[in-house]
Design a protein around this ligand. Sequence first.
Ligand SMILES: *Cc1c(COP(=O)(O)O)cnc(C)c1O
Length: 837
Amino acid sequence: MDKTLEQRLYAADAALAVADEASALPEATGDARSFRDLILAKLTYAVGKDPIVARDHDWLRALSLALRDRIVDRWMATTRGVYRMGGKRVYYFSLEFLIGRLLKDGLNNMGLLGTAREALASVGVDLDVIAELEADAALGNGGLGRLAACFMESMATVGVPAYGYGIRYENGLFRQNIIDGWQTESPENWLAYGNPWEFPRREVAYEIGFGGAVEASEGWDGSAVHAWKPAETVLAVAHDTPVVGWRGLRVNTLRLWSARSPDPISLDAFNAGDHIGALTARTKAESISRVLYPADSTPAGQELRLRQEYFFTSASLQDLVRRHLKQHREIRTLAQKAAVQLNDTHPAIAVAELMRILIDIHAMSWADAFALTRDTISYTNHTLLPEALESWPVPLLERLLPRHMQIIYAINARVLTEARAAGATDAMIAAVSIIDEGHGRRVRMGNLAFVGSHKVNGVSALHSELMKETVFRDLNTVFPGRITNKTNGITPRRWLMTANPGLAGLLRETIGEGFLDDAEKLVALEPFARDPGFQERFAAVKHANKARLAKTIQQTLGLRVDPAALFDVQVKRMHEYKRQLLNILETIALYNAIRTHPEKDWVPRVKVFAGKAAASYTSAKYIIKLINDVAKMVNTDPAVRNLLKVAFLPNYNVSLAEVIIPAADLSEQISTAGMEASGTGNMKFALNGALTIGTLDGANVEMRDHVGADNIFIFGLTAAEVEARRAKGLNPRANIEADPALAEVLDAVGSGVFSPADPQRHRGTVDNLTNSDWFLVTDDFTSYSAMQRRIDALWGTPAAWREKAILNVARMGWFSSDRTIRDYSDEIWGLPTVKVG
Ligand SMILES: *Cc1c(COP(=O)(O)O)cnc(C)c1O
């Protein structure tokens, strides 16, 4: 029989009173009671629900608001403290923040996870159940956006006063549905139930101009003065979300801009009966913050995308300049008090916009303005892929941002003059120029960001070196020393403590709490790596995580998988360079081998895939379909005897990653060497005790250095070898001929064995491999396949496997984003950081 809530509250009070007396931690229990009262007050007065009829969503909102109150106290204290100290602030400009859910992370960082669980339990509510209802804020595509989210949390943790600046997209990344094995996209309405974390700041609004003309006049000293008269204005309205660091030490602000029309409705048109036309201007203005571009590693060549970039960049610069002047009065000290970090080139227009503000509004000289801009701004490069380097047609920029185009030309003239004086050849001048003359005159945003920054960083050691040899070779010659490396990291609060509480708990019992404040203290685990007792407990945690994932697979796909099997996982955006194709082709080879040699001692494997393809990326969508076609056949083939299962989980996002990653035994990081700038998924897996099979690409190289070459499975061509092969001319046919297993797989896929209803379906994929294979799938297939069999062999010796897995956990502390942020602070921003704990 259900008790009434009143009875439950009464019983809970009585229980808490008893616990109070008995508990070794009376204040913790007392806190649960006061926190419960706060939740009940929120439920009643903010949600407007009687506890008797409250539903799970109401409890979620009440809990979120209760937590928010506690966070806000710290937020105000932090903000006041920064203001009083008068120190430097970091402004992280990013078109993407892939923050995911905030409740559990916030509770964990505030030290309230246990308190909230207890408080809710006392009213019969399960924290884990309501936490699952929170919308996943997917305001980003993948790694780049998730990096921004990890950085925000780490900046709050290590004591860097920071604002994240971005766009409050009404629709984040699309929801991926898999229908008959194909990806379809639908809008993700993350704001449907409201957003308890944000504070709309109607009073913080800036005018953002577009189009129009530039008026030149003569200044008092005879110099030219320019005034931009935009034809069109959009309002940027701030929405603030507090970002709480570990132990609630400090709370920073994520300020996202929403677009509003200054004239919500044309009354004349409306009164004349044109009810739709009356809203046209508003619709156009507000479309700027309507959707996140689902483009991953390709520039979206749409005018709206450029509008989004300028919109949030201009609003953010206006905001930080206003804050600076209010506090420090003097624009000339800006670079001492503000560090602007550009996350990729999406906000690169900041270089021209800050110049415009300094020259046109604050009447600075060109030389002073440029020095100040450079000292303030720095830029992070995320890709070397030529097709992903952002550039805008000159005529478009001229029309949309005429004053900025003038400034860009002027910057370019000075840079090229400087380069020429330093002895640059014509070829170097062409490469250094902000204007690309080769493709119908375009503005290269990477070059603009480079020349307007005092530091330009890559995101892994390999990537930063390749930057110097490829995209920025000539800029690096003209501006030596400007390129630096800051290897990416991940926050261990989200990716270990809250995603894998079982492992975090085991680690606390084994090596104490030190690693919670300093992830590099995980090395204390090394002596336990061969300890049979510890290995058993470590394996038990992994097994429980795998059982949880098995349940998710059963619920979403109706597929039963055995948690005792080797869980082999590749989850990330679908992209040819990430080579999900290599993985599924090798899976087919394994399928063939199991059927040909049923007598062999095969290791049972579950192949887990997840990832979204950009909506227009046809070949990536075919790879999703191929995976699902293979899954359909393999999963129901009795000849396989459950030795192999293939699962493609739909709608990969941060929340799904939090379930999948702690359950992985094997992490697939198999990109074509030289193409993955860093990767951060690779770090999450290793920190959670998965072994990596990977190429020497991105941060995999440094992971090998840290965990030890014996504890990671490296295969395939190096970046230098890839480059050499491409230069010489690829020869996929020879590769296929040399490996009969590969030839058999391609025959099967190409002839429709996995798509009997449409035998031609995967012909294009196979032809592309046979005829060009730009991503060197056939070059690496044989060594990849051989390495998978070595992995099978190791799996057969659990003690050896576990030792390696434990050593991975012990040695991954360096990849905490706290370390990354300390590096940025020391070497780019010029800011002190603090030790936690
Ligand atoms: C970490 C993460 C990524 C990045 O993964 P990579 O393997 O580095 O590409 C992408 N999406 C989500 C949801 C993530 O959590």
